[in-house]
Design a protein around this ligand. Structure first.
Ligand SMILES: [Zn+2]
Ligand SMILES: [Zn+2]
Length: 161
């Protein structure tokens, strides 16, 4: 028997379905396919500089014989071209699966810790799904296989508590 998960699903998101089952950090913009987000640090350009770890940003490395050499990795600049956060890619891969909880009480606790993110008439989707891993906030990630029911947040809360 498949596991049952609970998720708040906002009406402006695409319908709950396996092909949209990718999760990302709050506030990030998705690429058209939805499986990646644009990097926030570089605004999706991939441009920027990152600290050179080979020379710890000094531009010089020592060979252990007290002679210093210009760092070959960054050519003495101490920094390397390309955004630090995304390695110059401009995008981050999303995690597979929707953010959700296997325990309804955990779902409520999660949103009670984030006041104002969910309204009474937002929808809680109860679905059977396959577990994929753990999300960025410690929640479960799952790909839905069957939607069991959709209930308003207010009804869901009253039922659980
Ligand atoms: Zn270097
Ligand atoms: Zn970036």
């Amino acid at each position: 028997m498949a596991d049952v998960y609970y998720r708040v699903h906002w009406s402006d998101c695409p319908p709950l379905s396996p092909e949209h089952a990718w999760s990302a950090l709050w506030g990030t913009r998705r690429t058209p396919g939805g499986a990646q987000t644009y990097c926030v640090a570089c605004d999706g350009t991939g441009q920027g500089t990152r600290h050179c770890r080979d020379c710890d940003g000094t531009g010089w490395t020592t060979d252990g014989w007290n002679t210093e050499d210009r760092c070959r990795r960054c050519d003495g600049a101490g920094v390397i071209d390309g955004c630090e956060s995304c390695d110059g890619e401009g995008v981050h891969d999303c995690l597979r699966g929707y953010s959700c909880f296997a325990d309804p009480q955990s779902l409520i606790g999660y949103f009670e810790a984030r006041p104002g993110t969910v309204e009474d008439d937002d929808t809680v989707v109860v679905f059977e799904g396959e577990y994929c891993g753990t999300g960025v906030d410690g929640e479960d990630l799952a790909v839905p296989t069957r939607i069991i029911e959709e209930v308003p947040w207010s009804v869901f809360r009253a039922r659980v508590s």
